[in-house]
Write a protein that binds this ligand. Sequence first.
Ligand code: HPA
Length: 285
Amino acid sequence: MTPQAYYTLSDYDLAVEAVRARTSVQPKVGLILGSGLSSLAERVENADFIPYNEIPRFPQSEVAGHRNRFVAGTLEGVPILVMQGRIHYYEGHSMQAVTFPIRVMQRIGVKVLIVTNAAGGLNPSFSAGDVMLITDHINFMGMAGVHPLVGRNDEALGERFPDMSDAYDPQLCEAARQAARAHGLTLREGVYVGISGPSFETPAEVRMLQRLGADAVGMSTVGEVTVARHGGIRVLGFSGITNMLVKSEQSGQPVSHLEVLDIGQNVIAPKLESLVRSVLKTLHY
Ligand code: HPA
């Protein structure tokens, strides 16, 4: 469980110091790898591995399919800090704890965050195995008060009322579209809605989320992106559609975490690797 609900600059900087002590990489890009999508971390060159449980104040995660360490190194020549496994709210952490790693990225000098997740498909034109470019999100939990920026605001980290009109950077979205075209990959686009989990959605909840305008649903990302934008980090996001929640596509099968991991590893991760590598080549920071 979370050691504390609120953190201060000194907590973040203690963690940053510990990361710096373990790697000489000065990361400009952060990459969060979602459920079943962690293989890209193994491709990082000159990698230093920093387990979360060796970083002071860092919240701990235990979800199957997550390695729970930072991988610092280079990918396509870009100095990068990869999260091989993220922290989830449904594990019992506060939203401040869930987003602690984003503050570490901010304080260490990350300018661009690439966030990935496994998600359920709500848009009936999608299929399991698709990759969706996140063009916007609905912070369903945040709008109901479970928001990482609730509490005292530290101006050294960001402003009290951060703008979220361009949460997903239009230029980075365009780079992703071009990368998809270059690789002949179908790239879906849409709105991600973040819910708490850990239960998957009932049919009534699926209909509600569709009516709210969401194309994909998952249990992460929105808090991290909100904190990244608060901290002035540009964001690019991809959802791997591991399962369809729309009835006609479901063929009566319940959703399972194993299915999420399997489609993530075998179908989605290779596509994401191509997209991320191509975008990295275009980055200016
Ligand atoms: N719902 C919520 N989160 C998910 C799903 C889902 O169907 N699939 C993968 N993550």
